[in-house]
Write a protein that binds this ligand. Structure first.
Ligand code: GLV
Ligand code: MN
Ligand code: MN
Length: 419
């Protein structure tokens, strides 16, 4: 098969699909920002799914939907026995999300298919485009939930019983409600030959260094914990300080400790408290309870375990000092992942052949690719995020960078699809 090295995607068509999908759950900011709120398994997620599935059908793909709502669309190859080359990502977003996180990887897959169709390209292997359920984990923890179930890292029964952080709805009920509990069994009966995912970097490194393509070597370890502290609600004016059991005082000390520990460990350690709820949350009432989340990440598993131990011990000690009860629940825990050396080399060589500057880098964010890496050779292609912003409605990546990354993914897919 000569000539496939010269195939290129249509950047305008890809950006038009990104625009159209971004209109579903669109959020507009005061300074012209255009973001997206399509939390997993909400009505907006269903509308987004329906649109992407309609595009898959328009392209004549064979569409399968599995028991956790992952959707895989297949373009057949000439060899019916060959395992597929899969690309994909997710189309759910955080509540303050952008139009690119996840969506780019899925829609780039459709653009690759349309490019192959347009040029009557017959590959030996099938090419598959997947979108996985609840990658974000913002509504249903853990993150990467659908891809974990797909690869067999999480039991489907357990996943279906997860309760929503916003309204307590059961994941399985929400999946049925939006009509995406499919018949295909999980874990998948067979896995792809390889998996590649195009994604925005979601951080500042590529932009700051003026580099177009991030060659992703793996994903850092992720630790999510929910901390609940229960004290004694009482009057803010009448209760002397030394007689209080104030859960907010415990949370404040714990959060301060988290910043200190992350600070002295230094990069790449990161630590975030992104959610905090006080009950009853009133100015003149000592809270009865505080619930907050801790997100810790590091590329080094031993360091991650060390900071977990230190921070959790500090939470317990501060709760004890204040006479409060404390409980901690793990919401997600993933060790650092290293991608396949050959796939990494292929992404790098492909990007360089297409004339792009490259940089090897680990991913700071979690991705479906880290789950697929358990079952087949995997890597990712990153493109720059303007101002390093993501999980923010100001998230933006230029059309030129989108086109560059999409062409790298196309060529990576073709390198495997003909072999
Ligand atoms: C998922 O997108 C995460 O990295 O939090
Ligand atoms: Mn993502
Ligand atoms: Mn995300």
């Amino acid at each position: 098969m000569g000539g496939w090295h010269d195939l290129r995607i249509d950047g305008d068509r890809l950006c038009q699909r990104l625009e159209a999908l971004g209109e579903i759950g669109a959020v507009h900011g005061p300074n012209g920002e255009r973001g997206c709120a399509r939390l997993a398994l909400t009505d907006e997620d269903r509308q987004g799914r329906d649109l992407v599935v309609s595009w898959m059908a328009d392209l004549g793909l064979a569409i399968s939907m599995d028991a956790i709502g992952n959707v895989v669309a297949t373009r057949s190859g000439s060899d019916p026995t060959a395992a597929a080359v899969m690309v994909g990502s997710h189309i759910d977003t955080v509540r303050t999300g952008g139009r690119f996180d996840g969506n780019l990887g899925v829609l780039c897959g459709l653009e690759i298919i349309e490019t192959l169709d347009q040029h009557d390209v017959v590959t030996r292997r099938p090419v598959q485009v997947a979108f996985f359920t609840d990658e974000e984990g913002a509504r249903f923890a853990p993150d990467m939930l659908g891809s974990q179930v797909y690869v067999g890292a999480l039991a489907v029964e357990e996943a279906l019983d997860v309760l929503a952080a916003d309204n307590g709805a059961r994941l399985g009920d929400e999946l049925n409600r939006i009509g995406y509990a499919g018949p295909t069994p999980v874990p998948a009966a067979s896995f792809p030959h390889c998996y590649a995912e195009l994604h925005i970097e979601q951080g500042p490194v590529l932009e700051q260094e003026g580099i177009t393509i991030g060659v992703v070597t793996g994903v850092q370890g992720i630790s999510w914990t929910e901390v609940t502290i229960v004290g004694q609600s009482a009057h803010a004016g009448t209760t002397p300080m030394h007689l209080r059991h104030d859960p907010m005082a415990v949370a404040a000390r714990a959060i301060h400790e988290l910043r200190l520990v992350a600070g002295y460990l230094g990069a790449p350690q990161v630590a975030t408290v992104g959610s905090l709820t006080l009950v009853p949350n009133l100015i003149n009432v000592i809270p009865s309870s505080v619930v907050f989340t801790i997100d810790l990440r590091n590329t080094n598993e031993a360091i991650l375990e060390g900071i977990e131990a230190q921070v959790f011990a500090a939470c317990r000690a501060y709760a004890s000092d204040e006479g409060c009860q404390i409980s901690m629940r793990t919401l997600a825990r993933f060790e650092p992942v290293e991608f396949d050396d050959d796939m990494i080399d292929l992404v790098e060589a492909t990007a360089q052949r297409l004339g792009h500057s490259t940089r090897r880098m680990p991913s700071g964010a979690g991705h479906d690719a880290q789950m697929l890496a358990r079952v087949c050779p995997t890597s990712m292609v990153f493109v720059p995020s303007v101002n390093g912003l993501s999980h923010n409605i100001a998230e933006y990546t230029t059309p030129a960078d989108i086109e560059a990354g999409a062409n790298v993914l196309l060529q990576v897919v073709l390198a495997h699809a003909f072999e």
